[in-house]
Design a binder for this molecule. Sequence first.
Ligand code: NAP
Length: 347
Amino acid sequence: MNTQKIPVAILGATGSVGQRFLELLSNHPWFEVVELAASEKSAGKKYSEATNWIMQTPLPDKFANMIVKRCEPNLNARIVFSGLDASVAGEIETAFAEAGYYVISNARNHRFDEDVPLMIPEVNSDHLDLLKTQKYKGGIVTNPNCSTIGLALALKPLYDYFGIEAVNVVTMQAVSGAGYPGLPSLDIIDNVIPFISGEEKKMETEPLKIFGKLDSNKIEFADIKISAQCNRVGVLDGHTECVQVKLKTKTTVEEIIKVWKEFKSVPQELKLPSAPQNPIIYFSEEKYPQPKIHRNIEKGMATSIGRLRECPIFDFKFVILSHNTIRGAAGGTILIAELMKAKGYIQ
Ligand code: NAP
């Protein structure tokens, strides 16, 4: 192990998000994965035997030969990334935080705890201060839902420059968002499923906390009306969203494209290793963005936007695309950890 790096562990290492963590962390300049943990059925096995590796890059030998541990707070690494199933993440993450570990999680369980940041580093890095109010010996920080992240990144410059009154969003979400093994192929090939359990509520509520104002150690939720309809489609990776917005002040298509193209934030200023150079990429071609072509842009960490035009019902409408297991999960979580290191919360 490179002793210069911070040792980290992955909880839920065998799942779809867990594998993405390993792929993204295999050569990370600051973090070294030293332990992998998953359920009872995987514990005690070699990682290569416990998981069905579905990433497009080969499984690195250093991970293949690791023995999977139980998700119990007796790991050596003090920083843990969680890709745990929501049915178990709540209690396990609390146990780790109480025992002094810093948990950075993809699961929904702690997202609305009053003292837990729901964090997108480009949008609300100041919310990290909530960590100082936590009762844990360690701490918990959460990553929002994968569809929320792409949407909130696109909305951030609009919120800052023009104010946002209302948002209507219809999603077309990739199958990898359902975890592994996910949906039966006979259900999703040649099909669109117009329901994803719990997803619409997450998209309608999470941005209110993310865009909320941190005041006296509490988040005052933003006042935006959001309506979401979520669909599962036969795409492997990358969530597409058709968005309509009603803004508080008048503006133009040109002005909006300008603020999107110029958008940079704290991760870019701090030059965090996983920060995209441009968190928002705007396409002027009418047929873009498309998941197959653009999901890996900026190493999967940017939100691609296209088709901005005036809307006869709301003010403007556009299409966004964001990689659900990179920006929307493991990559977004790693960026949070990098921000925590840069701000001195972890070392
Ligand atoms: P997944 O493929 O189903 O993986 C779930 C992981 O949880 C596996 O490693 C599994 O280990 C582990 N696990 C299950 N039961 C456990 C238990 N009782 N004790 C310990 N570990 C247990 O799910 P995923 O898609 O990676 O998602 C992981 C989390 O990230 C979920 O909370 C999900 O909502 C969230 N998320 C997913 C995405 C996405 O695009 N996929 C995006 C954002 C957030 P075993 O293999 O040993 O069962």
